[in-house]
Each structure stands twice: as structure tokens, then as C-alpha cells.
Design a protein around this ligand. Structure first.
Ligand code: 5GP
Ligand code: MN
Length: 322
């Protein structure tokens, strides 16, 4: 940690990046680190390939996160919440030319890319690690930084329900509340804002649920047609997987999302993202790794160019081994 902090203190222009299709931890960590580097008078660019999901746009300085990088004269890139560099998207090739790459993450599948790594798989969220960095850097935590850290921990622990919820999750969030964070305010922003389209999409998603013959694997499918019909986007799906996950006796759940930019008649072949969840008895991080993705033992994912029926066949095969 000290080596990374010294490196940041001695840098001029730092690029801070989190994974595409960001969640609350990716964005919260990105903003919290960016605001802390401001305090150290560092020049920073905060980057994410994807638009910021509507529910996270309330975060302070969310509008500072850019979707395009013009300046290529960075001396350091800090990559957050990514188990491998390709998780940041198309910018990976440009970023890999930056002289120093720092990899800060909490995924068990982290490939240890970059020149410096700080990987702690016991951390409940990357935001927890960023909190520890901020403390070590001696940066005072103001309400904006606190809001970002709180949101990262709240969302990555599924509101303190998932197995990664640890003592520090509560301790840090308590401190963030003491700094001025209002839990009700953040809960309303993150969980309380539903568009009508999102409810209609949920209806289609619930109707799509299938369960394998042995009852151990459930599948929820969201096609591009469903997004089009309900005028929704991938970000609107956040949380849907839990409905399929909480069905009794189900050990693994898969949520299949068809990618929005891959329409066209290619014999049903399209880009799909598959989210996997486990009830704690199966390691889905290793399943996702063998399919080109990664994640945590109970929450992982991968992307593939394939057909819906081929993806389902793979999932049915997995179910037979459970
Ligand atoms: P989600 O299913 O919510 O997209 O992701 C669940 C977890 O798996 C997150 O920690 C996320 O970073 C990881 N994950 C999801 N998709 C991928 C992927 O394509 N590659 C890798 N390496 N990790 C992924
Ligand atoms: Mn995370």
C-alpha cells in the first residue's frame, strides 16, 4: 500500500478507471479515489466506458466521469474493481501503454495484471480498500467521499445481506454516517427509483424464469426485444437476478442478457453477458473463469458470442454436475 501511495504522490496526471457496465462499487470507488487525489492536488481523469447508470448519477462528481479519453499523457493508471484489464473495455489497449498500471481489486479471479497490485479478496468491496488507502494517505473524509464509499459498500454487499458482508462493512459505513451520510437518502436514490419501463421489464424477466429438471439451476433471460419493448437498458436489470436466485432448492442462477449493440441476423449468434450467482455451495467464480470471465465465489459473470440455445445447453450441462 505504501509503495502505491508514494507512486500516486509522485505522479502528475493519474487516470482512474473502473469496469464497464459499472455497479455501485465501481463508481463509488472511482469517485472516492478521484476526490481524495484532488485533496493531494493531483491532476486526475476519471474514466468509464459505459454511461453512468441513472441510479448512481446522484453521486457527487459523477459528472466528472468521462466516457472518452483524449489526453494520453498519463503517467499512472489506477484500475479499480477489475479482475482483468479487459474488464475496462476497448480502452484496455491504450491503457496498457501507460508507463505504470496499478491494480486495486477484491475479486478472487484477479489475474494480478499491472505493475503494482493491491488485491484483498477478504474486502467486502473495492470501496473498502479505497477507504483504507484514504486513511493511510491521511486524507480527511468529507461528505462527498463518504457518500461514494458508503454507496460502494452498500451495493456490493447487497445491503449487508451477501456473504462478503464483514465487520468493516458496518464499521466503515457507521463512520460514513458520522461524517454526514444519510442512509435513507442513499437507499431512496439507489433502490427507490423505478421507471415504469423497469417494472414492465421485471414482469418479462420473471416470466422468462426456467428451472432445470433437477431443480438446482434457474435461468432468467432478457433479450434485446424485451429491452426495446419496455424502453429500458441493461442498467435497469440490476437486482432482478435475486428473484431467480431465491427460489427454493436453487443452488446456481444464471441471468442471460442479450447485448444491445449486437443486433442483426447472424443466425441467432449475438453477444450475451451471463451473470452467475450461487447460494454458497458452488463456486461460480471458477465456472465463470473457465468460460472467459471471473468474479467472486458467489457472484460472477462472463460474456460470450453465441446463440441463446447454445448458452442454455452449457448451463444445463453445468446443472447436471451440481
Ligand atoms: P454481474 O453479474 O453483476 O455483472 O457481476 C458479478 C460479479 O462478477 C462482479 O464482481 C463482476 O465484477 C464479475 N464479472 C461479471 N462479468 C464479468 C466478466 O465478464 N469478466 C470478469 N472477469 N468478471 C465479471
Ligand atoms: Mn466490487
Amino acid at each position: 500500500m505504501n509503495r502505491i501511495i508514494n507512486l500516486l504522490r509522485n505522479s502528475h496526471h493519474i487516470l482512474v478507471v473502473a469496469h464497464n457496465n459499472p455497479d455501485g462499487d465501481a463508481i463509488g470507488s472511482l469517485i472516492a479515489l478521484g476526490l481524495s487525489l484532488d485533496v493531494l492536488n493531483k491532476k486526475t481523469t476519471l474514466y468509464n466506458e459505459s454511461p453512468i447508470p441513472a441510479v448512481y448519477r446522484f453521486l457527487p462528481s459523477a459528472n466528472r466521469i468521462v466516457q472518452h479519453i483524449n489526453n494520453t499523457h498519463f503517467d499512472v493508471a489506477v484500475i479499480l474493481d477489475c479482475s482483468d484489464l479487459k474488464r475496462i473495455g476497448d480502452a484496455a489497449s491504450m491503457v496498457s501503454k501507460i508507463p505504470v498500471i496499478v491494480n486495486i481489486d477484491h475479486h478472487v479471479t484477479n489475474t494480478r495484471f499491472g505493475h503494482f497490485q493491491f488485491i484483498d479478496t477478504s474486502a467486502c468491496a473495492t470501496a473498502e480498500i479505497i477507504y483504507r488507502f484514504i486513511k493511510k494517505m491521511g486524507v480527511p473524509i468529507n461528505k462527498d467521499i463518504a457518500t461514494s464509499i458508503y454507496t460502494g459498500i452498500l451495493t456490493d454487499t447487497g445491503s449487508f445481506r451477501f456473504s462478503n458482508t464483514n465487520r468493516l462493512a458496518f464499521e466503515i459505513c457507521q463512520e460514513m454516517v458520522e461524517v454526514g451520510v444519510d442512509p435513507y437518502d442513499i437507499a431512496k436514490q439507489v433502490y427507490g427509483t423505478y421507471s415504469l419501463g423497469r417494472i414492465k421489464l421485471l414482469n418479462l424477466a420473471l416470466d422468462s424464469i426456467e428451472i432445470t429438471n433437477n431443480g438446482k439451476l434457474s435461468i432468467m433471460t432478457l433479450t434485446q426485444d424485451m429491452f426495446d419493448k419496455t424502453h429500458t437498458r441493461h442498467e435497469d436489470v440490476e437486482g432482478f437476478i435475486n428473484y431467480a436466485r431465491n427460489i427454493e432448492d436453487v443452488k446456481i442462477t444464471a441471468l442471460i442478457k442479450e447485448s444491445c449493440n449486437s443486433k442483426g441476423d447472424k443466425g441467432g449468434v449475438n453477444t450475451f453477458h451471463i451473470s452467475l450467482r450461487s447460494n454458497g455451495t458452488v463456486d461460480v467464480a471458477s465456472i465463470a473463469s473457465t468460460l472467459g470471465g471471473g468474479g467472486h465465489p458467489n457472484a460472477a459473470g462472463f460474456s460470450t458470442e453465441s446463440t441463446l440455445s447454445d448458452i442454455k445447453s452449457i448451463l444445463f450441462e453445468i446443472a447436471e454436475k451440481v
